[in-house]
Design a protein around this ligand. Structure first.
Ligand code: GDD
Ligand code: MN
Length: 364
């Protein structure tokens, strides 16, 4: 018999939660014909071994084992793509999401002919019970920001626990960014039609075993995602992040220049050169942390990356200055010549450094 519901569970270091989650789902979903797809990014704790072992005993369980990749959203998307039932449920592996709510979500999405049912922590009796305090604050703040840019009326667009109809997914799948943690928000924001949604309240439990992978970087990811949806989808996410970091670099540059030239009384050329190096260095560190956090260079690779980043930026600067000079000589106003030069330099720096500095280096 065909599956009626595909449950997608992204996993990273969730070894000890796999079997208990499977048992809990067996217990909670007795009247639905479901499959359970784990999408594991080659967790170092060997989660995939536990999943594959379970899969060999029960045909409803599958393991998508991804190599050289990280990311909750993209994992969910691949799980959805690999499944085929008309309804899809996404949830965490760590018991924070109450599996006993799934039958209710299932009935609701069918009876009310909805696209999406969200398990909400903020609606009615729902609660963020199991979350640490600072996470609650961040979560509420992010929810407020995202509601401004969203035209669906739900209280918890950041929820990681929801059910969708495949027909809805197939309408939006070409536009989802697949980055970061906010898969639901990503799906909702990618729709150009009104999405039929409803919510069910639940109390979030605390994680059963292992630790959360959400950290500060998630907030950055989220802001860049909002920005990229606002600017339009033609600019790659990383480029926006790169430009944001670059703008902070300008500030660092001016600060360094001021302290060399005005405070320490060094000559201008030397001050400008030092400031350039300081700004390149902070740009590298910030890009390594934010823009390329999934390909972050550490240890020895960090230093080698820094050297190649200097080299790339140096060529970028030459390109920038020569193009701007050329345009200026062709009678373009100084500010336009300047902007075009800087833009060309930034595009060069971005393209070349993503090819050579942060090429996929997870395996080394
Ligand atoms: N495949 C894969 N790859 N899975 C991942 C990755 C990854 O890079 N990072 C995290 N996961 C898995 C975890 O193993 C877990 O099953 C699930 O994704 C959620 O990760 P957690 O680390 O448990 O996140 P959280 O509990 O802090 O955040 C949850 O709640 C948020 C709402 O506060 C998630 O559901 C978020 O999506 C949600 O926004
Ligand atoms: Mn969790």
């Amino acid at each position: 018999m065909a599956f009626e519901l595909s449950i997608i569970v992204p996993t990273y270091n969730e070894r000890d939660n796999i079997v208990p989650l499977f048992d809990a789902i067996c217990h909670a979903l007795t009247n639905i014909n479901w499959e359970l797809i784990f999408v594991d990014d080659d967790s170092p704790d060997g989660t995939n071994i536990v999943v594959k072992n379970l899969a060999s005993q029960d045909h409803r369980v599958k393991c998508i084992h991804r190599l050289n990749r990280r990311g909750l959203s993209s994992a969910c998307i691949e799980g959805i793509m690999a499944s085929s039932s008309p309804l899809i449920c996404v949830m965490d592996a760590d018991f924070q999401h109450d599996e006993k709510l799934i039958p209710e979500m299932y009935a609701k999405i069918l009876n009310e002919k909805l696209d999406v049912v969200v398990a909400s922590r903020y609606f009615d009796i729902g609660s963020t019970g199991g979350l640490p305090k600072f996470r609650k604050t961040i979560s509420r703040l992010a929810t407020k920001i995202s509601l401004i840019s969203l035209n669906v009326n739900i209280t918890d667009p950041m929820s990681g626990f929801f059910m969708i109809r495949r027909t809805f997914f197939e309408k939006v799948m070409y536009r989802v960014s697949g980055r970061g943690f906010k898969i639901l928000l990503d799906l909702l924001m990618s729709s150009d039609q009104l999405v039929k949604t409803a919510e069910l309240p639940y109390v979030m439990r605390s994680r059963k075993s292992g630790e959360s992978k959400l950290d500060f970087i998630v907030v950055w990811d989220f802001l860049i995602m909002l920005l990229s949806k606002m600017i339009g989808e033609y600019l790659p996410y990383r480029f926006i992040s790169f430009i944001a970091v670059g703008s902070s670099g300008l500030f660092v540059h001016m600060l360094a220049l001021w302290s060399m030239h005005d405070v320490s009384n060094l000559n201008f050329t030397l001050s400008q050169s030092i400031a350039t190096f300081v700004a390149m260095t902070t740009n590298y560190i910030l890009n390594n942390f934010f823009t390329y956090h999934d390909l972050k260079r550490t240890g020895n690779l960090f230093w080698r990356g820094l050297l190649s980043f200097y080299l790339v930026c140096m060529i970028g600067a030459i390109l920038n200055v020569s193009l701007a000079t050329e345009l200026y000589q062709r009678q373009l106003p100084w500010f336009l010549a300047g902007v075009f030069g800087a833009l060309a330099g930034a595009i060069w720096n971005f393209t070349i450094s993503s090819m050579f500095v942060w090429k996929n280096n997870r395996r080394k």
